[in-house]
Design a protein around this ligand. Sequence first.
Ligand SMILES: [Zn+2]
Length: 138
Amino acid sequence: MRSITLIIVHCSANKAGSALRMADIDRYHRSLGWKCCGYHYVIPTDGSIEIGRPEEMVGAHCVNHNKYSIGVCYIGGLAADGITPADTRTEAQKHALKSLLTDLQRRYPNALIVGHCELDYRKPHCPGFSVAELRRSN
Ligand SMILES: [Zn+2]
């Protein structure tokens, strides 16, 4: 098993209420020539926790940080106009994210939970809410 020091939270940059699921991201990422969905977990608006790629496989979601991280992505992140960054998480997504992160934290106690924006200044709006705040509230 690879060593995991970061759990990175993303949004998919889709507008609020998007019906996208892991299979759609998987299809898109394969179309880019990737092996499969770049994230390890995808959380659609209904709050399901869908597995993208296996945890033991290096992800494709955060430049320079894939090797030691797990990538988690919720569907959404843009307001209804499809442009303005926003925290569009449904209650079901918030609940699912919390339980997934709790599980990952338990299994990787040395890993830090961060938002994509904390690692890449070119992604200032990913995931659209403060993961630092979420860390503090845990
Ligand atoms: Zn991201």
